[in-house]
Structure formats: C-alpha cells, structure tokens
Design a protein. Structure first.
Lengths: 245, 464
C-alpha cells in the first residue's frame, strides 16, 4: 500500500510541523508514504468563493500528482471534502471518480482503513476537540448533535488511545468556529465573534489544548488565542497522535 | 422595506459593536436550538419523519400544477373565493379591492411572512386602510416600524427593556415597565379592541390541503383564530408552495413544525379553516412571487419545501451573531439566503456569502433542504452572472494562477513566510482584516515541502 501524502497549501507554508507529524505517524504505522513535491492546493478557496470554474487547473494538477496512489491522505478534513465533492476531469471522468474515492482525511484513514487499535502516544494534557464542520458534517467523522442518531466519534476513538490525555466536555460540542475560508476576512466581525466564543467554551471547561482535524479552524482560533495572550494552545490532532513526550 | 444600503457584513459589524447584546441574542436562540434538540430526540422516528416530509414535498413540487388546481376546485366547492396573484403588486391589489368593495378601512392581520414579503401593510396604509398586526412579536415590530428579524420570533433581537420603551412611547405604559406579563396584558387589551371592531381579518397559511380545500394556520397566541372568527371578511394569503396533497400528511408536518421551531410538541393552535360561516365571506389568494421561477432552477427547487419553522436560523452561528435584520430581507438566516437571490440577485448577492457553510442548517431542517449546498451553488451562480466585485474576480484569478503552478506557488509561499518573519508590519496592519482581532500565524523558516526535500527521499525513506 502506497499513500500519497496530500499537504494542503497553507499547511505546507504555515504548519509544517503538523505535516511532519502526519508523515511520521503514518510511517510509524508501517505505511509507505510518498509526498509528490509539485502539489499546491485543492482549489477550495476559489470554489467556496463562487469561482469553482477557475479550479480546473488545480484539479488537473491534483490528478497529475495523486491519481496513481492506492490512497491519498491529508491532515485536513476541509480540503479532503472539497476533493471528494468537486474534483472533476472533463476529459477523464472515470479517473476523477476513482481518485475522489481514494482520498481520506488522516483520522478516518487511521480508523477506517488502517483500523488502528493502539498508538504509542503520550500527551498528558487536558484537550478540547474542535469539530471541524467539514470533518463532522461533510466526512461524518463523528455524530452530529442535530441528529437523532447513535453517537460515535473517530477523533475521540483515537485520542482515547493516547496515554495521559484527558478530554474535556464542551457546552457546545460542534458549533462552527467561524473561519469559513474567505468568510474570515469578508465577514471579519462575525468570524471573530464566533471564534472568540469557541475559545471561551474550551477555556471555561479547562482545556489546555484545542485540537482539530482542520488547521484552518485552528489557525483562526490560534490567532485569537495569541491576540489575547492566552496560555491555551492550538494543536493539530496528528501532532497529539504522534506525540511521545 | 427600504433599499438596503449596506451589505450583510457591514450590518453584522454594526450589530457586533455591542458584544454583550450579541451574547444575549446568541444565547436566547441557542436555548431554542437546545429545546428543539430535546423535542427531536424524544421521538424515536424523528429522522424518518424528516425524510417522509421531504418526500411529500418532493411530490408536491413535482405535481404542483395539479395540486393547485385540485385545491382551487375544492376551495370553490367549499364556498371560498380563490384569487391568483403573480407578484406582490397583484396580491396587494387583490386584498385592497376585496376591502374596498365592502368599504372596509380597518383590517387585523395575523402573522404572514408572505404579506411581509409583499409589503402589504405599507400598500394598504398608503390607500387609507389601517392594518394592525395581531401576533405579539409582529405587533411590537410594527409599533417600532421595523421589519421582523426572525420568521417565528419577529422581535427576538429586542430585549424586554427595549420593548418596555416602545410600549411606553406608543401605548402609554409607565416608563421603565419591562415585565413581560404586564406588557403582554397591555398589548392584549389594545388588541382585544381591534379584534372586536375590525370587520376584516387576514391570516397566513401553514398548510393547504389539496384533497379537502381546507387550510391550517398554526399559532401559539390564538390571534389568527380570534381575528378570523370575529370577521365578516376572512382573507388568507399563501405562497403556492404551501400545498400538501392529503389531510393525513398533517400528521407528519404538524409533528415536525413546532418541535423544529420552538421545541414544543405542537403549536397551541393548529386551526383548520374550510368554509365561511353564514354571512361571512372567505377569500384565498394564491401567490407566486418568484416561486415558479425557483421551481425552474433544479439546484434550488428544494428551497420551496420550507415550512418556515426557523430552525435553521436558531442553529446558525452567523445568524445568532449577526441578527436577522443584517440579512436585509424578509426571510433572513440560511433559508433566506437561498430564497432571496431568486427574487433579486443583485440586491441579495451578499447573502449566500454570509455563511461559513458549516451545514448545521441542513441537519435541523425538518424537510431536509440541503441549505448549505444551495448556498455554495448560489455563490457559483452569483459569480457567473457577474455580481461579484471586480477586485474579487481579479484576486481569485491571481490565486487560481498561483495555486495551479507549483513553481510560482512555492516562490510566493516562501516570500509570504519571509514577509511574516522579517517585515510583519506589512501584514499586521489595520488594512488586513485578519489582523484586526487576530494574530497572523508564525512564519516557519521552511515549508513542509522544503523540509521533506532535505530530510526524506522521493520514496519516503529517511535521508537523515
């Protein structure tokens, strides 16, 4: 099994440590991982702004980089969801369809494909999970609070394997943080208010770390935490699952 | 409503200047969302009910023409006069002509979002007809000369102290009185007089049953019933999408409506109106107002399934933290943002962007409208139709170019990180909306790509 490592553009530029943790974690679990160097972006920033028609070149590049792999894994639910929903190839729809079906967010790859049952990880801290909306309501990584349906959570399943880690319960377990792509600047006031309220919920309930399957949410929450000189830290779930300290 | 001069972002920014008020507004609506969750989770077959309702509405939308004719025939058989209106102007003219024929100059009206959409009150008042809203929330909004901010809770953005002020100014209650029970009693006393004296009453319609020609009006206050029962002329206005095929389908929709709206098992009053009583006249106006155009848009057709419960507003964090009036449209919130562009795409071009696409709206929707998918889809249409700002078009083209060429992307990425590290004031300034209330991410020395090239080979084997 060879996994193509898909590292979204902003993760590559701003959060290399999360990408390194993803790579190391997969390698620890015995997976052969290749990072195609010519990758950039899934096209989501344009598409969510109403410019999906400008994403054809991103799609073409994504297929060039990734269509040969057995699996494509990324530490970002949002980008994975975009690829799953919007990766198209007008001249080769079958290739696009096959590639879409092979894209996994890291957590679901660990729980559903590798079926990980043990992790040699230690993270002795109180952690609050920020549910990324695209991970939750798009990829069904956990049960959604709106539905009358049985609870489950893939991120919790994995975090429970981490030695010393204590999960905190939140007042609003799956409310959006307000990042929302270009929403975070176009609707700055509401975006920040939503983020502040999420941060407050985590702090109120004693979290030392806020973790998520999406760094875009975390980048936004971290920006608010840093501005307010908070001691609470934002950390990608891969870094926790790969932590040995 | 006057033409909006500001878009959602600007109006929301103004709403957020009073953070304590935002917290209160957010909390009030979240409380309703929680009540809705409890009610929904008390019914084991809740998700099945939603699916059934959605399918009934699919059937309605696919056969709307036939159901409307069936409904019209049954109404006529029951002795109700049926009118058809293509748009707001025609609707208002019909209502006015009914009143004028009877020389009626005063009308009482229960809650009807359709007549808000049509701006009926303004139309009638200009022609010398006095209209009073009998729903308490709408009554308060009318006194304050403001449109409703929520389809179920029209004045949810007002605190009881503000309402006390309005009552003091318009109804002469004592200054400083804000006790809800006292204020409600006062409104009731005022409205009781209107109920008794007004010869004409207009109601909205929640569900119109094609097979029987009856319609159901749901309220908690009984105000629709009081108006209708005491009137000589009873008028009902409904959008053509409000049809349901059979009476038995009410068993699905009535169970969903109030639970979704407020967490109640059912509205206090679910009143069936079918035939005029002796001496009374009943009229029903079927209004298109863009519905048939929306029906012709395959991506957006399902928005017409809406039963106006407001659950999507209560769950929407953007709605809760920006207020209904920021949407500058009668129907606000997520559902408003997918309905409004159909009515006037240019005026409402901002609304589908007033969302993070979090998807909570679609999950609470009792008729399973894929609201967040439609928001995404409207964004595409709005850009294609040329309603995006030119600067945004250029920015997006530049972004698409950068992100589709690996060389320029890594150069720009490196340059961006260098700027963050070496001249942070270039990005950390007031012209950068991110930086206003948030720090920029730290600019790491090397990207993952650069690290990988140094530390690991192409086949994933470690070099160091």
């Amino acid at each position: 099994m060879t996994v193509g490592l898909f590292i979204p553009c902003y993760v590559n530029q701003f959060y290399p440590q999360a990408a390194i943790a993803t790579l190391q974690l997969l390698q620890k679990l015995g997976v052969e991982v290749v990072y195609p160097p010519r990758q950039t972006c899934c096209g989501q920033p344009m598409a969510n702004s109403g410019f999906e028609h400008l994403t054809q070149d991103c799609n073409r590049l994504f297929l060039e980089n990734f269509s040969d792999f057995d699996y494509i894994v990324a530490p970002s639910a949002s980008c994975v969801l975009h690829v799953k929903q919007h990766l198209h190839a007008p001249t080769n729809p079958a290739l696009a369809e096959r590639t879409r079906s092979r894209v996994y967010e890291l957590v679901e790859f660990l729980t559903d494909v590798l079926k990980v049952e043990n992790l040699a990880a230690r993270f002795p801290h109180k952690v609050g999970i920020h549910q990324s909306c695209h991970g939750l309501r798009g990829l069904y990584l956990a049960q959604m609070s709106e539905l009358n349906a049985s609870p489950f959570s893939k991120p919790v399943q994995l975090l429970n394997m981490v030695d010393g880690l204590e999960l905190v319960d939140l007042d609003r377990p799956d409310e959006c943080c307000g990042f929302g792509g270009t929403f975070c600047v176009a609707e700055e006031a509401v975006s920040v208010k939503m983020g502040k309220d999420r941060v407050t919920d985590h702090m109120k309930n004693g979290a030392e770390y806020i973790t998520s399957v999406d760094l875009s949410c975390l980048m936004h929450l971290e920006g608010i935490l840093h501005r307010n000189k908070s001691a609470v830290k934002a950390v990608h779930i891969a870094e926790i699952l790969n932590a040995t300290v | 409503m006057e033409k909006a001069t500001k878009d959602h972002a600007a109006l929301a920014e103004a709403f957020n200047r009073d953070e304590e008020h935002v917290n209160w507004h957010d909390g009030a609506l979240w409380w309703i969302r929680q009540k809705r969750d409890i009610a929904a989770k008390n019914i084991p077959e809740w998700e099945q009910l939603r699916e059934t309702a959605s399918r009934i509405k699919s059937n309605v939308l696919a056969n709307l023409h036939d159901y409307l004719l069936e409904f019209e025939a049954n109404l006529t058989k029951n002795g109700v006069t049926v009118h058809w209106a293509a748009d707001a102007e025609e609707h208002n003219r019909i209502v006015y002509s009914i009143l004028k024929a009877k020389e009626i100059t005063q009308m009482i009206k229960s809650k009807s979002m359709l007549t808000e959409e049509c701006h009926l009150n303004e139309y009638l008042i200009e022609r010398g007809i006095d209209v009073i809203n009998s729903d308490l929330g709408e009554y308060i909004q009318q006194l304050d000369n403001e449109p409703p901010s929520h389809i179920v809770l029209p004045c949810i953005h007002k605190r009881k102290e503000e309402i006390g002020e309005i009552f003091h100014e318009h109804l002469g209650t004592e200054k400083g009185v804000s006790d809800p029970t006292t204020l409600t009693r006062f409104a009731r006393w005022h409205l009781r007089d209107a109920f008794i004296s007004r010869r004409a009453a207009l109601t909205g319609v929640n569900f119109a049953v094609a097979e029987t020609g009856e319609y159901v009006v749901c309220t908690n206050e009984g105000n629709a019933d009081m108006g209708a029962h005491l009137s000589d002329i009873q008028i009902a206005s409904m959008g053509i999408e409000k049809i349901i095929p059979k009476k038995e389908h009410l068993g699905v929709f009535l169970r969903l409506l109030a639970r979704s709206a407020t967490g109640q098992p059912i509205t206090i009053y679910s009143s069936h109106f079918k035939k005029p009583r002796p001496g009374q006249e009943m009229h029903l106006v079927l209004v298109d107002l863009g519905r048939s155009r929306q029906l012709g848009r395959p991506d957006f057709r399902d928005s017409l399934k809406c039963i106006k419960c407001g659950a999507c507003m209560n769950t929407c964090p953007v709605y809760r933290k920006s207020g209904g009036l920021s949407y500058h449209n009668t129907i606000s919130g997520p559902i408003g943002a997918i309905l409004a562009p159909n009515l006037d795409m240019k005026r409402h071009a901002d609304l589908p962007f007033a969302s993070t696409l979090c998807g909570s709206c679609s999950n609470v929707c009792p008729v399973k409208i894929n609201i967040h998918d439609q928001l995404y889809q409207w964004r595409q249409v709005i850009v294609q139709e040329g309603y995006a700002a030119n600067t945004k078009v250029l920015g997006m083209k530049a972004m698409a170019w950068t992100l589709s060429s690996p060389g320029s992307y890594s150069t720009i990425g490196r340059a961006g990180r260098w700027v963050l590290n070496n001249i942070p004031f270039a990005v950390n300034n007031k012209f950068n909306p991110w930086y206003k209330q948030r720090e920029m991410p730290d600019g790491p020395k090397e990207s993952f790509g650069e690290w990988y090239a140094k530390n690991q080979g192409d086949n994933g084997s470690e070099k160091v």
